[in-house]
Design a protein around this ligand. Structure first.
Ligand code: IDC
Length: 510
């Protein structure tokens, strides 16, 4: 299509290439006669008679010189509105396969007269007549070799369009057609990395509404797959200062996050069932839910069992807690319940977690029938394979909008746990990565970036939702804020720990 529409320009371009090649050949032969280049220096740049002949054959072909340096595609993600005012989020994914860094680029897309852009991230998107020019800005423009960015914008068009890149310019040079591939829908790898602060044209909640589970996938109010990406607090009792609206807003607007997990320990010091101040803890949960709601973010209320190993140990308290929470937030579309962080010790799925879930789920759904609920899985939320096998044979009595947790710490949990995830997804189990970090399972030690990349390949190719442990400045590797930084919101990049920087980039899609 692009080639056909531009046949004329391409032929003119090819002729221009020929003229330049001819001039170069002449110039080099003259140059050679005058000064012989040093032996072995830059041999590949020397244009010989052979390559000149090869270039001249290009005249017969329709395509200009092929370039595989850049792979650029455009796709729409969420859509809204109707004919007359058809809205969509457009994402442009740019992969720099060349061996030089890219510092600026822009793309042109044909749009119907009367289209308008609401907001954009990583780029400036401007319409003049029927031409939309998307010019990468700041982080969207700086693409080091081998790396990929995704920029995006929201646009309303009078009619539904299939966006295509009509022209692409990289570092001042127009690229040939082969560089600008176009896809209507994202491929699975392209789904997630998109930074979408969503502050101007609507918050995540305004745009995506009540979420549901369809098959293994979390979907939004329009039935479109939706990925939650965000952070978990540390223990609410220990780091209450991070439960503030500006902190959540920084995660939303600077990181591109859309979810906050509120981790309330049940049995550690100051825990809900181990002498902690229940009212104070519930106030922290309530504040967290309200800040997230005001910001249009999703929020997970996490019953953070850990030392107590088996969710049935404090089940009575859990029943009361979730009855109270689900009654209070029954009308909130953004509240998600995580009913047991990490069953561990000798706790089994069939012996404890399943019966516990079959008690708590009806309590929550009794108040809020559509609520999304995350159930922790045995062995510190790793054994999703065991759960998948059991549920394939014998589904839960109430499985509506129920998902299952997998947690990983990349320096400890590798192929073995990823294989469990793949296996469980294949069996149809909806999975939510409600906690993870890049270091070892203690929350400390060195980060394993290689394993972290492998995890994110799996996460993004399956559009899994995730929350990173933890929004705190504790002196441990998994804390997202640098231990020397006492700011509780508005962090600049240098305020973040190494983990924090990596996670922020990941959420931003870099
Ligand atoms: C860790 C915290 C650490 C705290 C400890 C308490 O990072 O500061 O002292 O809990 O036991 C989990 C748990 C999560 C752990 C984390 C790291 O869900 O509570 O946090 N982790 O050990 N599962 C695997 C790792």
């Amino acid at each position: 299509m692009w080639l056909k529409e531009h046949k004329k320009q391409i032929i003119i371009g090819a002729i221009a290439v020929l003229v330049v090649v001819a001039a170069l050949v002449a110039g080099i032969f003259i140059g050679k006669a005058n000064s012989k280049s040093k032996d072995g220096e830059n041999p590949s740049t020397e244009l010989t008679e052979d390559t000149a002949t090869e270039a001249s054959t290009k005249e017969d072909t329709e395509a200009p010189v092929q370039s595989s340096d850049y792979n650029v595609s455009v796709y729409t993600s969420s859509t809204w509105g109707d004919e007359g005012a058809y809205g969509a989020t457009y994402n442009i994914a740019f992969t720099n396969n060349s061996n030089a860094d890219v510092t600026e680029w822009y793309a042109e897309i044909d749009v119907p007269q009367g289209s308008s852009v609401a907001d954009s991230w990583g780029c400036k998107a401007e319409i003049s007549g029927t031409k939309l020019t998307v010019t990468a800005t700041d982080w969207g423009a700086a693409i080091t070799k081998g790396n990929k960015v995704e920029v995006g914008f929201n646009m309303t068009t009078p009619t539904k369009i299939t966006p295509e890149i009509a022209a692409l310019y990289v570092d001042g040079k127009k690229q040939d057609g082969s560089a600008a591939a176009t896809t209507e829908e994202p491929t699975t790898q392209e789904v997630s990395p998109s930074v979408k602060p969503e502050t101007e044209s609507g918050t995540p909640l305004e745009n995506h509404g009540a979420l549901q589970v369809e098959g293994t996938q979390l979907v939004d109010k329009n039935g479109d797959p939706y990925q939650l990406k965000g952070v978990s607090t540390h223990g609410l009792a220990w780091f209450p200062e991070y439960v503030n609206k500006e902190a959540f807003q920084t995660i939303r607007d600077d990181w591109g996050g859309n979810v906050i997990r509120l981790a309330m320990y049940t049995d550690e010091s100051g825990g809900y069932c181990s002498g902690g101040d229940k009212e104070q803890l519930k106030t922290l949960v309530d504040n967290g839910v309200n800040y997230a709601t005001e910001l249009g973010m999703y929020v997970i209320i996490d019953w953070h069992i850990l030392h107590d190993t088996d969710p049935t140990i404090n089940q009575g308290e859990a029943e009361k807690f979730f009855a109270e929470m689900s009654a209070k937030y029954a009308d909130y579309d953004n509240v998600i319940y995580e009913i047991c962080n990490e069953p561990n010790g000798g706790t089994t799925w069939q012996g404890s977690v399943r019966p516990y879930a079959e008690t708590i789920i009806p309590i929550i759904h009794g108040n809020d029938p559509d609520a999304v609920i995350i159930v922790g899985t045995p062995t510190w939320s790793q054994d999703v394979d065991v759960v998948a096998d059991d549920l394939a044979a014998n589904p839960l009595k109430d499985s509506k909008n129920v998902m299952f947790a997998v947690h990983f710490y990349a320096a400890t949990h590798t192929d073995n746990i990823r294989n469990k995830v793949t296996y469980a997804l294949d069996k149809g189990l909806p999975i939510f990565v409600s906690e993870f970090s890049l270091c070892d399972a203690s929350g400390n030690g060195a980060n394993d970036y290689n394993q972290s990349d492998k995890w994110f390949d799996l996460i993004n190719s399956n559009n899994l939702s995730y929350c990173s442990w933890s929004l705190s400045n504790k002196a441990e590797t998994s804390a997202l804020i640098s231990s020397g930084c006492t700011k509780t919101s508005g962090w600049s990049e240098s305020d973040l720990s190494e983990t924090g920087k990596w996670i922020r980039n990941q959420i931003r899609g870099q």
